[in-house]
Design a protein around this ligand. Structure first.
Ligand SMILES: Nc1ncnc2c1ncn2[C@@H]1O[C@H](COP(=O)(O)OP(=O)(O)OP(=O)(O)O)[C@@H](O)[C@H]1O
Length: 674
């Protein structure tokens, strides 16, 4: 259970390529492995270069600071100015307190040594000293209030900008590994990076200003004492020794592994018992007893081996002698004065001593603050930089500039489509999923694409509305390259019912209405027509909240028990978090209703349905296709289906795909071999 250090190949890494520079320490159930480079460096030796690097980085990122300031000023100009002023006043308040203390202490010293005292000065200083905390808390209150308001506006503003950024990303860009990394940490709760970085910079600036003003004042007040510089120098030893002796895990590069089999099993059993996704299996397999029995067994095997976090175990390694020496450094200043009293004739007043002590403590605080902030600020600034980098992501897919439709012909006119020697690979992959595909679809035609799983049917559909662009070859729409049209126009002219139907985390009403986003408040009649056409009316009618049901509400509730369970609170949270279970077929019907809503919205010239019936029974499938056929009007239609029996006989063209190639095309009358 003790500490074991080794520079040999760490356990658990046998199958990983290990470099000889690795060093490992075993603590409790953990093994911590770091590079030897980071082993010898103490926090102090890292603090100096890291503080310098942070300052230099902050200076080199002036554009970022200016951009943040501009953004914040535009969102809350008055509050920003007031916040800076309040913080500035608070920074200078330390100096004022020190000045007033020195005045009071000098008068006390005069009194104690029998000299005359200036009563009005002492009364005035006391009055000011009493008023200062009130003034200061007034500043604090307003500064906190302004800071909260700016933070709120900034968070919501950047949340909105993040949403704008993510919504306009095309698939190729969104799947790019660099873009994925940039977008990875843009969480809903993490929208205050800009404010955090800004606040961090200001905290350092005001902290330095506060200490600087106090130290300058202290020097001015006690400059006649020869011992002042030595005193300050001695007071620096304590923070510097603490930093030098601090061998924490901050800033080290390391990996932690669990090397205790019993603890690994405990963790697995714990997950098995708690994770929601195992709940059904746990109950149906009746594994509760097994879990508890195994847990007890592993616990006995583990014994008292420490399981707490590696940071705590690491901290406990400190030796008592080092701790004792470090705490002694805080007494150096007192020991120095004791020494002066014995060996020197210099007279130092009680007041000066207190002021010196106060200034020294402030200096120590500044050093600790800078050490802490230099670690934090760099990463906060990096986070803020990433936020702006996300906003600057450029779409890889180029938008066209031709409006669609070119001329506003009748709505019934279908789209004319042509694939010319189209090849396609998904971005970042090497497999050609579509190879040399050529076909033509005349306006208003109905085409059925068939083929076994993985033959490229869905990939073909994804090229129609430019979710992806072909790797080679060309797609033409109404005689012009698809890429020449404005993306927004071309997508607005298409209705695509996809295979992997989803329901949005919004009410069912919006789930259907969003099929036609230009008509976000459709009438009840339009909604029920779409629901009926999609075959979703019956199941929606049975739901207690009908169209106001949110199938999977976003969870924003939390409940913490302190002692007894509060049933009322629990019920409220359960009610808010309640999900409504619907079958795969019902979600598919909902997606179909959304498509019918789109078809009814007007402006649609092309309809594609990619196996929209996979979760439907044969009757549901027949009904859906019949209604899609009924409502297609003159639109060009492409259907993909596995069960094509009754569909293919209506098709003007049947395209047969195999391994990404078009192996046959024709129609029933040309007796295509299906
Ligand atoms: N996002 C993707 N990234 C990489 N490869 C993909 C992606 N989607 C599909 N593929 C691959 O492209 C090939 C064609 O897939 P596609 O989904 O177009 O076939 P499909 O004929 O529609 O199949 P199914 O009938 O199962 O839906 C498959 O080999 C598949 O693994």
């Amino acid at each position: 259970m003790g500490i074991t250090e080794t520079t040999e190949k760490p356990a658990g890494l046998e199958d990983k390529p290990t470099k000889p520079t690795l060093h490992s320490v075993q603590l409790g159930v953990w093994e911590i492995v770091f590079s030897l480079k980071s082993k010898s460096k103490s926090t102090f030796f890292k603090f100096v270069p890291s503080a310098a690097t942070t300052v230099l980085e902050t200076l080199s990122l002036r554009w970022l600071v200016v951009r943040m300031l501009k953004d914040m000023y535009s969102l809350a100009p008055l509050q920003l100015i007031m916040y800076v002023l309040f913080e500035l006043c608070q920074s200078l308040q330390g100096g004022a307190v020190m000045y007033l203390n020195s005045q009071i202490l000098n008068e006390i010293t005069n009194k104690m040594s029998g000299r005359t005292t200036d009563t009005s000065r002492i009364a005035w200083s006391c009055l000011m000293r009493i008023s200062l905390p009130f003034v200061s808390s007034w500043f604090r209150k307003h500064s906190l209030h302004d800071a909260a308001l700016i933070k709120n506006r900034v968070s919501l503003h950047f949340m909105e900008k993040s949403i704008h950024t993510v919504l306009r990303l095309d698939l190729t860009t969104a799947e790019d590994s660099e873009v994925k990394t940039k977008m990875a940490d843009s969480y809903f709760d993490d929208s205050d990076e800009i404010w955090t970085a800004f606040e961090g910079i200001f905290r350092v600036l005001f902290g330095v200003l506060r200490s600087f003003s106090q130290i300058t004042l202290a020097f001015a007040l006690i400059r006649q004492h020869a011992s002042a510089p030595t005193f300050f120098a001695l007071s620096l030893i304590q923070p510097l020794a603490t930093l030098a002796g601090q061998d924490d895990l901050w800033g080290k590069t390391y990996a932690v592994f669990c090397i205790n089999k019993a603890y690994e099993r405990l963790a697995a059993l714990h997950r098995f018992a708690f994770a929601d996704n195992y709940r059904m299996d746990r109950l149906s397999d009746g594994v509760a007893e097994f879990i508890e029995k195994e847990f007890k067994k592993s616990r006995a095997e583990l014994g008292d081996t420490p399981i707490d976090l590696i940071h705590y175990q690491w901290m406990r390694r400190r030796t008592l002698v080092v701790e004792a020496l470090r705490s002694l450094t805080s007494d150096f200043t007192m020991l120095y004065f004791a020494f002066r009293v014995i060996f020197s004739s210099e007279e130092i007043t009680f007041g000066s001593l207190v002021i010196l002590q106060e200034a020294a403590v402030n200096m120590q605080r500044t050093i600790f603050m800078l050490s802490f902030e230099s670690k934090n600020l760099a990463s906060r600034i990096e986070d803020a930089k990433n936020v702006y980098a996300r906003f600057d992501i450029k779409n890889l897919m180029k938008d066209g500039d031709v409006s669609y439709p070119i001329n506003d012909a009748s709505e019934k006119t279908g789209m004319k489509l042509e694939f010319r020697n189209v090849y396609f690979k998904y971005p970042g992959t090497t497999k050609t999923v579509l190879e040399d595909i050529s076909f033509k679809i005349e306006p208003g035609q109905m085409v059925v694409i068939v083929g076994v799983n993985g033959s490229g049917k869905s990939s073909t559909i994804k090229l129609f509305n430019r979710l992806y662009d072909p790797t080679d070859g060309e797609i033409l729409v109404d005689g012009l390259p698809l890429t020449s049209y404005k993306l927004k126009d071309i997508r607005r002219a298409m209705a695509i019912l996809r295979q992997d139907h989803t329901s949005y985390p919004l009410s069912l009403r919006l789930n259907v209405a969003l099929g036609s986003p230009d008509n976000e408040y459709p009438s009840d009649e339009e909604l029920s027509n779409a629901l009926r056409a999609g075959g979703a009316d019956a199941f929606v009618e049975k739901l207690p909240k009908k169209l106001d049901t949110v199938l999977n509400p976003v969870k924003l509730c939390s409940l913490r028990f302190r002692g007894e369970t509060e049933e009322e609170l629990k019920k409220m949270v359960d009610e808010k978090e309640k999900t409504t279970d619907v079958s795969g077929g019902e979600t598919q019907r909902l997606a179909a209703a959304r498509t019918f809503m789109r078809l009814g919205g007007g402006g649609i010239r092309f309809l594609a349905a990619d196996e929209p019936t996979s979760a439907l029974d044969p009757e549901g499938e027949y009904e859906l296709f019949s209604r899609l056929k009924e409502q297609r009007g003159g639109k060009t239609v492409v259907f993909i289906t596995h069960r094509f029996g009754h569909l293919t006989k209506y098709a003007d063209t049947i395209l047969v795909l195999k391994d990404g190639r078009l192996v046959e095309s024709g129609n029933h009358s040309k007796s295509i071999c299906l």
